[in-house]
Design a protein around this ligand. Structure first.
Ligand code: AMP
Ligand code: ZN
Ligand code: FE
Ligand code: FE
Length: 275
């Protein structure tokens, strides 16, 4: 398999991506992807929609995935690969996490109102169009209200961590998310580690049952990748990778833009025995 043929980190309109699931699937085919994992925030609906239509592009291997926010002291994003999407308890947990997302975004909308930028929470809900709500939908409401001209500007001015409208999440911590992913048969992987910096975080997560680290990621320089690869060897983790594709005009539109080695898929398969 040539580099750029595997993308294990993508989002659809089932969360904060701008492409409908089947549009992502078609783009994956046009791009020449051979392995695709859809990792929507707290939802597997996008993956399931694609799975129902898998014959549309039978040569693309589909790997179930999810991305979940861990809050608290060790706040981070965790990816879960090979989660069993038919697991009712898992789906009930995702639903509860999506409800927490709603409340957090509602609080951010209130902050914005206090800052003199009233946008209706109902508008945010409408923009999410039934998908898992997140800050990018609050950003979309700000764009629609003419306050900002892009998601990026909305994050830079209001929504980024510690920004004036930012509200911390109060959901489950990293250890609990890792447990939830593993109880659903999934492989928990720390997403985009360069966002958090500390090796202490990684150690804690490994102690809690982490099995992988997202080594191949758009912002990771050659040096950083080498450092993360070394950590995967040290802690016995699978090195995974993906583009964090969110669709056109999101600032994250490079589907298949990251070179992910072939053995990653094999290593992920092997790690299923350790769950
Ligand atoms: P949430 O899960 O509601 O906290 O939103 C997280 C999502 O917001 C991420 O998956 C990205 O899509 C997006 N995001 C986070 N930080 C930024 C940023 N600084 N600029 C642009 N988008 C961001
Ligand atoms: Zn996102
Ligand atoms: Fe993330
Ligand atoms: Fe993501």
């Amino acid at each position: 398999m040539t580099p750029g043929r595997i993308d294990l980190h993508t989002h659809t309109a089932a969360s904060d991506g701008t492409l409908e699931p089947l549009a992502l699937f078609d783009l994956a085919s046009e791009t020449g992807l051979q392995v695709l994992s859809v990792t929507d925030h707290d939802s597997t609906a996008g993956f399931e929609a694609i799975l129902c239509q898998r014959d549309r592009h039978p040569r693309i291997r589909l790997i179930p995935g999810v991305e979940m926010n861990a809050d608290g002291e060790f706040s981070c994003h965790l990816l879960g690969y090979f989660v069993n999407v038919a697991d009712k308890r898992f789906q009930a947990r995702l639903l509860a996490f999506r409800e927490m997302r709603n409340e957090r975004c509602r609080a951010m909308v209130q902050r914005l109102e206090g800052l003199g930028y009233p946008i209706a929470f109902e508008k945010v809900v409408a923009l999410a169009n039934g998908g898992s709500i997140g800050r990018p939908h609050v950003a979309d409401a700000l764009i629609e209200a003419g306050v900002t001209s892009s998601r990026q500007e909305a994050f830079d001015r209001f929504l980024k961590k510690d920004g004036p409208a930012y509200v911390e999440g109060h959901g489950p911590g990293a250890a609990e998310i890792i447990r939830v992913i593993r109880e659903a048969g999934g492989i928990p992987v720390l997403a985009h580690p360069s966002y958090y910096t500390s090796e202490d975080l990684l150690r804690r997560l490994v102690d809690a049952g982490l099995l992988g680290l997202e080594v191949f990621y758009p912002e990771h320089s050659r040096n950083l990748k080498a450092r993360y690869l070394e950590m995967t060897r040290h802690y016995g983790l699978v090195a995974t990778g993906g583009s964090d594709f969110h669709g056109p005009r999101t600032g994250r539109s490079g589907l298949g833009s990251v070179s992910v080695p072939d053995e990653v898929v094999f290593d992920l398969e092997s790690a299923r025995k350790r769950v």
